[in-house]
Design a protein around this ligand. Structure first.
Ligand SMILES: Nc1nc2c(c(=O)[nH]1)N[C@H]1C(S)=C(S)[C@@H](COP(=O)(O)OP(=O)(O)OC[C@H]3O[C@@H](n4cnc5c(=O)[nH]c(N)nc54)[C@H](O)[C@@H]3O)O[C@H]1N2
Ligand SMILES: Nc1nc2c(c(=O)[nH]1)N[C@H]1C(S)=C(S)[C@@H](COP(=O)(O)OP(=O)(O)OC[C@H]3O[C@@H](n4cnc5c(=O)[nH]c(N)nc54)[C@H](O)[C@@H]3O)O[C@H]1N2
Ligand code: SF4
Ligand SMILES: [Mo]
Length: 852
């Protein structure tokens, strides 16, 4: 684990080069010490400091860090040059990671609210013992469970470490037989995930971050990487600086810091991206610029349900349109081409406002096979009333041009949170999932899970289906239809759309929350804890051991470096203690339910884990790993073979190797006693160099032209699905004349509960401003610094106006970040979602803006 001098110097050089390019900071930067002064790298070997390996707890880049602690306190966090994802780079949030733990008001004792009337205020919570708090939460959960399990819910997160998420999913699905568990990743990656599943029948990003170093052209489709994926953005700018032929096209609705490195900005009307993507696909076909061989060898064509409307209200999922949105039918290439034919460059210009010549230029870029093209996208595409469709449209272009899964030549859906891939997606904390991509709805998947969990055959058939996805969960909460809600690693009272629905303007809107028993596991007081009946104080980041899985399929462990403050406890301990109480007296197949599920790691009589945190994480990891290494379980292996599940395709390594190697990208396969990670999925090539060897070797697939093979898709062919342009859920009107887009800025993490407690970050960006176009301000008589009221059909908030912000919206649009709970932009943001993924559209609410 020691960083050798040579590697350290090399990585520092890379880091400094990139830092110059993109504003990220490298291995030589110390984190702020208490006084805010950077610790010197030389102190790394100073006596008394303990060094551990970790990974940043903020964004999905998943940067590695080296953590140093002395006398039970973090003294430095620096970029880890041996982490293959970041190679020593960190951004400013990583730089101040240690300080995020030391806000003055860390929660250190369990809190209980005796009077529900105090909900929504700063007061009303009193200190309690752990036993009192846990007894209360467990009693309320058990009561709801026994009375009507459709009225209980857990809301999780892509920030939940892997084994914690695995254990939570196991408790909820196998212990409670409930599907009412969903993560905040529903607000984030759901459209990308449904895209992956529809197209490849497996949820896995094909490429890796090295694609950024290899490509010739970057196309960002609604991704503000400079603010949201800074480490990757500095690799993008480093690549551009290194080769003046490298190009960047920023396809965006407003000018952002990311636009700064673009050679061309294609600024389009919100939601019209599908028309642009279809016009590019159409141009390629019409002009014979597509890759015939790749298409013939690898791609099948489909079309799906159309005119699918908008999910304004709950009735949508159960309506005719709602029930059939997933349907697709096979079509020929010629039919696919005919569907695209109306998407001329001129039509796309008319819909999007982007000049036809610019769209043509981008199409020509895709057509030019002498250069590699990398598409990157994030929430502009996913948080979209047609988010799943737009994911399809990007893949369609890459399939037509034979650019997929090849180094530097691919389509890369960026992940937002540190473990949205590793936890929310991989271990299955979505309402419809089981671990490792398995689905509750599929009987063979339930049989397979039962085998690994030692459950009687058929036991999981009793899970109620389909379960509540996130938006439904909170809509039902607002109507008084949820009696018990437990949330962890999120701050729903700030991050959910249409907060007015349940936080409202008056008590009648809040009735659902007043009536529901709410337990919040947190590290700091937040707006969500203000609505909690019980607050459980949690150990934060390296105050316990855990692991995250980042956007390039890299699983990385962060070691425990220090103890949590006061009585704060590991989230996993809370889960064990609550599960133990709820399952008291319950049996599964004649065995004690708790012991069957968690006896391997927790001694319920003693009320403690069996062994160290390392041992607990290892045991749970090994159990989880069985899902993707079926040879470890005879019964699972038989089901895997009989049902052709191909579970081994996502093999994972033994736990300790992830620590030794500072993270590994899956699949990690054992070859001659060596565990080899994979960088390029679906791409044949030497495994030693990080290429996949699925297909020919493993599944007897033909050796196909471009050297790629798709093991899970029907006939090994992923689908290009025609998706039409359909307008946004609402468009500007006389009453609500502005588009309102929301998102992020570099210094703050989501709801700001952690980063606003870091003085350096807070000072850099103290409040949320409404970025506006100067022309609009002039028309409305607004000056920088004026207060404005922003009102939508959903709700309203007040905010300070700026024309000098980080983003420059076009006329008729305004932008604000959502980190400030005193501003609470989500009071006004629509909770309309993509009908396929159920992911809300946070990007295009229509609002009125008036000077106060
Ligand atoms: N500093 C910081 N970094 C973060 C986070 C954070 O809180 N703070 N959070 C992380 C998480 S969880 C996530 S999900 C990511 C999000 O990362 P991003 O998605 O990159 O960031 P956002 O600010 O949410 O989205 C801004 C983008 O939305 C695009 N957009 C708006 N409307 C449309 C549209 O109709 N179509 C298309 N195609 N694009 C549109 C805009 O062009 C703009 O580029 O950031 C991650 N990184
Ligand atoms: N308007 C608008 N809203 C959005 C979005 C948008 O673009 N615009 N984006 C959406 C997206 S993509 C996302 S991912 C969500 C994110 O929204 P949330 O996940 O709800 O917001 P966070 O601020 O990340 O909340 C994480 C909380 O976990 C706490 N925490 C930290 N460590 C621990 C721990 O170890 N244990 C426990 N129990 N708690 C811990 C932190 O203090 C913090 O309050 O926001 C969504 N909301
Ligand atoms: S916030 Fe993201 S880019 Fe910054 S250090 Fe953490 S993982 Fe890296
Ligand atoms: Mo996200």
């Amino acid at each position: 684990m020691d960083i050798t001098r040579r590697k350290f110097v090399k990585a520092s050089a890379i880091a400094l080069a990139s830092a110059a390019a993109g504003g990220t900071m490298g291995a030589l930067s110390g984190c702020g010490t208490e006084s805010g002064a950077p610790a010197a790298a030389a102190s790394a070997d100073a006596a008394g400091t303990v060094k551990t390996v970790g990974v940043c707890r903020f964004c999905g880049c998943g940067c590695g860090v080296i953590v140093e602690a002395k006398d039970g306190r973090l003294v430095s966090v620096t970029g880890d040059p041996e982490n293959g994802s970041s190679r020593g780079l960190n951004c400013v949030k990583g730089y101040y990671l240690a300080n995020a733990l030391y806000g003055d008001d860390r929660l250190t004792k369990p809190l209980i609210r005796d009077d529900k009337a105090t909900k929504g205020t700063d007061g009303g919570l009193r200190e309690a013992t752990w036993d009192e708090a846990l007894d209360l939460v467990a009693a309320r959960l058990k009561e709801t469970w026994k009375a009507d399990k459709s009225r209980l819910a857990f809301w999780g997160s892509g920030q939940q470490p892997i084994v914690e998420g695995y254990a939570t999913a196991k408790f909820w699905k196998a212990g409670l037989l409930s599907n009412n568990i969903d993560p905040n990743a529903r607000l984030c990656m759901a459209s990308a995930v449904v895209g992956f599943m529809n197209i490849f029948q497996t949820d896995e990003p094909a490429g890796c971050y090295a694609d950024i170093d290899e490509t010739d052209v970057f196309v960002t489709w609604g991704a503000n990487m400079a603010e949201a994926h800074p480490m990757l953005y500095s690799r993008l700018t480093a690549r551009k600086l290194a080769d003046s032929n490298v190009r960047h096209y920023d396809v965006t609705t407003l000018t952002t810091r990311t636009s700064a490195s673009a050679d061309k900005v294609l600024q389009f009307a919100p939601g019209s991206d599908i028309a642009i993507a279809n016009a590019i696909a159409n141009y390629l076909i019409q002009n014979n610029l597509y890759d015939r061989e790749f298409v013939a060898d690898h791609i099948q064509f489909k079309q799906g349900a159309e005119n699918i409307g908008n999910a304004f209200e709950d009735g949508y999922d159960a309506s005719e349109a709602g029930k059939t949105v997933d349907s697709v039918e096979n079509i020929t290439f010629e039919q696919f081409a005919a569907r695209l034919a109306p998407y001329t460059l001129e039509y796309a210009e008319e819909v999007s406002g982007v000049p036809a010549a610019d769209i043509q230029e981008l199409a020509e870029v895709f057509a030019d096979k002498s250069r590699k093209v990398l598409s990157l996208w994030t929430m502009g595409v996913n948080q979209h009333n047609r988010g799943t469709w737009m994911n399809h449209c990007i893949y369609n272009i890459h399939f037509l041009t034979g650019r997929y899964a090849l180094p530097g030549d691919g389509a890369f859906s960026l992940t937002g949170q540190p473990s949205a891939c590793g936890t929310a997606r991989e271990v299955g904390t979505f309402s419809h999932r089981l671990p490792a991509d398995l689905l509750v709805a599929k009987a063979p998947h339930r049989r397979y899970s039962e085998a690994i969990w030692n459950l009687p055959e058929g036991y999981l058939d009793a899970i109620e289906k389909p379960g509540m996805h996130t938006v439904k969960m909170f809509r039902e909460l607002s109507k008084g239809n949820v009696d018990f809600l437990w949330t962890a690693h999120n701050n729903w009272a700030v991050s959910m759309p249409n907060l007015t629905r349940f936080l409202g303007r008056g008590d009648s809107d809040k009735q659902g929350i007043f009536d529901c028993f709410i337990c919040v596991s947190e590290v700091y007081p937040t707006l969500s804890t203000q609505y909690a009946d019980v607050v459980l104080p949690a150990a934060m980041w390296v105050e316990r051991e855990g692991a995250f899985g980042n956007g390039e399929r890299r699983t990385a462990v962060f070691e425990k470096a220090i103890d949590p403050p006061g009585e704060a406890q590991w989230d996993l301990w809370m889960l064990m203690e609550i599960a133990k109480r709820v399952l008291e007296g319950e049996t599964i197949g004649g065995q004690d339910a708790f012991d069957l599920l968690f006896g391997a790691v927790y001694d319920k009589q003693a009320g403690q884990f069996k062994g160290s945190q390392r041992e607990v994480c290892r045991t749970l990891w090994e159990e989880y790993r069985t899902f993707s290494n079926p040879q470890l379980n005879e019964k699972a292996a038989a089901i895997n073979a009989a049902e052709k599940l191909k579970m081994e395709a996502k093999q994972l390594a033994p736990y300790d190797l992830y620590i030794e190697n500072h993270g590994l990208t899956w699949p990690v396969r054992e070859v001659n006693g060596q565990w080899l990670p994979t960088l390029w999925r679906f791409c044949d090539g030497p495994q030693e160099d990080g290429f996949d060897q699925l297909g020919v070797q493993q599944y007897g697939e033909q050796d196909l032209a471009a050297g790629v093979s798709f093991y899970k898709s029907a006939d090994h062919k992923p689908s290009a699905v025609f998706r039409p342009y359909e307008p946004p859920a609402e468009v500007p009107s006389q009453e609500y004349p502005f588009w309102f887009c929301t998102g992020r800025l570099l210094e703050h993490w989501h709801t700001g509960s952690m980063t606003r407690r870091v003085p350096e970050l807070h000072r850099a960006l103290p409040s949320a401003l409404l970025d506006m176009n100067p022309a609009d301000c002039e028309r409305l008589g607004l000056k920088d610094g004026d207060r404005a009221r922003v009102t939508s059909r959903y709700g309203s908030f007040e905010i300070t106006v700026s024309t000098a912000g980080r983003t420059v919206p076009p006329e008729g649009m305004a932008f604000a970040p959502f980190f400030a709970d005193e501003t609470l932009v989500n009071l006004a943001v629509q909770d309309v979602y993509c009908p396929l993924s159920k992911e809300p559209d946070f990007k295009k609410t229509c609002v009125a803006i008036e000077k106060i």
